[in-house]
Write a protein that binds this ligand. Structure first.
Ligand code: NAD
Length: 291
């Protein structure tokens, strides 16, 4: 039976380390690191996410501010807001909550964020830096996955890893981070043939698809580590992942639950990225935040 990778507990640990780094920053710079979150429109789920992000900032001693704009904001107005935030010295991280309403050009908005303040790690400069193996602001969900693997002391050197899903937000960066740690990585996606067989030969499985129970128990190599990024709402309204948890837990050595797995790590890594961004802009050496 697998051991559970408890995202809530690992995230709480990371947050307390971030809080120490925040106090150190305040002592040196005389101000709090700050994250500014922009939200357009009134999607209820997005409103909850941004409120939680700002609250999480305050809890570790950072400034967290939400900028709400109506759903009919123009592209020029939104770009002007992003530019004005990126020009402020007390703004260390700028995050535009996605998705944006259809009339707005999401790519252009993300490109307008100063890469040094791009705490989501979606700017092409940061994506390119990750690809080239240079220090970068890395997308929070894959970073959270790596933090969990490190917590379980999973040896990645030479391991076979499969990432199911190739989005820019999760799948691709997760694959690059695993590669940087010397895993042999398969990036699988909706066109992959023999997905079950590719999965069954993998020591590490990262499922980031958005399909409830896609990954079955008999796809899991005995002793493999399973990270379930998927968030799906089951027929009964409960949250479930991409992995058939009970079956997979019979074979895995470690597994993340949904909820309470990768999800809490994402927001803790957003705090870590904001602290990193603040330190980098201040020209201070990066604080080490190992788990
Ligand atoms: P996405 O829709 O952008 O990408 C999904 C990927 O899955 C695509 O690359 C696609 O090729 C692949 N795919 C689709 N069907 C497939 C199939 N049958 N077999 C293999 N691959 C298939 O999604 P995303 O933004 O990467 O998010 C993926 C999931 O992770 C979603 O459920 C999302 O809600 C969740 N998510 C969770 C967190 C978190 O904090 N836990 C953060 C981001 C996303």
């Amino acid at each position: 039976m697998a051991q559970i990778l408890d995202g809530k507990a690992i995230a709480a640990d990371l947050r307390s380390r971030v809080a120490v780094g925040v106090r150190d920053f305040v002592a040196r710079r005389g101000r709090r690191p700050g994250l500014d979150v922009v939200i357009v429109g009134d999607d209820p789920a997005s409103q909850v996410y941004v409120r939680n992000k700002a609250k999480a900032c305050e809890e570790v001693g950072m400034r967290g501010e939400v900028h709400r704009r109506p759903g009919d904001i123009t592209q020029a107005e939104l770009l002007a807001l992003v530019h004005s935030l990126c020009a402020r010295d007390d703004v260390d991280g700028v995050l535009v909550q996605l998705p944006l309403p259809k009339h707005l050009d999401e790519t252009a908005v993300l490109d307008a964020i100063d890469p040094r303040r791009d705490v989501d790690g979606f700017h092409p400069m940061n994506a390119g830096a990750l690809l080239s193996g240079r220090p970068a602001l890395v997308p929070c969900t894959p970073l959270g996955c790596m933090r969990m693997l490190d917590h379980a002391k999973v040896s990645l050197d030479g391991a076979r890893a499969i990432v199911i899903g190739r989005s820019n937000i999760v799948g691709k960066p997760a694959g690059l981070l695993l590669l940087a740690r010397n895993a042999t990585v398969t990036l699988a996606h909706s066109r992959t043939r023999d997905l079950a067989a590719r999965c069954a030969e993998s020591d590490v499985v990262v499922a980031a698809v958005g399909r409830a129970g896609l990954v079955r128990g008999d796809w899991i190599k005995p002793g493999a580590v399973v990270l379930d990024v998927g968030i799906n709402r089951g027929a009964d309204g409960k949250l479930v992942g991409d992995v058939a948890y009970d079956e997979a837990a019979e074979r895995a050595s470690w597994i993340t639950p949904v909820p309470g797995g990768v999800g809490p790590m994402t927001i803790a890594c957003l705090l870590e990225n904001t602290l990193r961004a603040a330190w980098m802009r201040a020209g201070l050496p990066l604080p080490e935040l190992p788990l």
